[in-house]
Unconditional design. Structure first.
Length: 221
């Protein structure tokens, strides 16, 4: 298991790479609008108003059942792709996992080959229940695409933002640490691994671009 931590690389200044990643975040969030129950809960629990959160959480549970059923009953790339994207597009709800799925496909559609879904964990391996996309081009300066929180940045800076700007979303007290490592997501089922944990063919990338052109940045059209 490859672990990326805050000491893995020194932070380098923002450049065209991160601007492109930021553009992907904005593209995903603008073209696939969705409401996050967990994000809303982190805000509304302070006000004691959880009714809307419960309603959205129920809707999200329906979406996830639909996606799972459609995914495991699909036997070609096109239908699997539709099972991942279309329920989010239609129901307009999703947490970090759904945001990571959209970002992962958008990254691939825009030519970022060395990208994968990843999870945030403590050094002891406790899961912070947060999924992102990592782009690790030839092992140099990996960076995070986080559409759920609305930003992209090089790994050390991203971890710093999780620890400071977004710490309300992470249970640091429970794990008695605010240290974060980022590990490649692991999947129980081979069919899931076959979709998320490999390089897509040229034909598959073209299919993503054709089916969901709204994922493409203007300069990629």
């Amino acid at each position: 298991m490859k672990v990326l931590s805050e000491s893995h690389l020194n932070f380098t200044s923002r450049n065209r790479t991160i601007r492109l990643a930021d553009d992907i975040v904005r593209k995903v969030n603008n073209e696939f609008p969705r409401v996050s129950p967990s994000n809303l809960e982190d805000r509304e629990c302070l006000r004691g108003n959880l009714h809307s959160v419960k309603s959205l959480s129920y809707k999200l549970s329906i979406l996830r059942r639909q996606r799972k059923l459609r995914f495991f009953n699909s036997y070609c790339f096109q239908n699997i792709l539709k099972s991942v994207v279309d329920p989010i597009k239609t129901m307009k709800v999703g947490n970090c996992g759904e945001s990571a799925d959209l970002s992962y496909l958008a990254a691939r559609a825009n030519g970022l080959k060395n990208s994968y879904r990843a999870d945030l964990v403590s050094p002891a391996g406790d899961c912070y229940d947060h999924a992102v996309v990592i782009v690790d081009e030839k092992g140099k300066n990996p960076y995070v695409i986080d559409a759920w929180l609305g930003f992209a940045d090089y790994l050390p800076k991203a971890i710093e933002r999780y620890q400071k700007d977004f710490r309300q979303h992470f249970d640091f007290e429970k794990f008695k640490t605010d240290k974060i490592e980022i590990v490649r997501s692991e999947y129980k089922y081979q069919k899931v691994r076959d979709f998320y944990d490999r390089e897509f063919t040229v034909e598959e990338v073209e299919m993503i671009r054709k089916m969901y052109p709204q994922m493409l940045l203007d300069n990629k059209r």
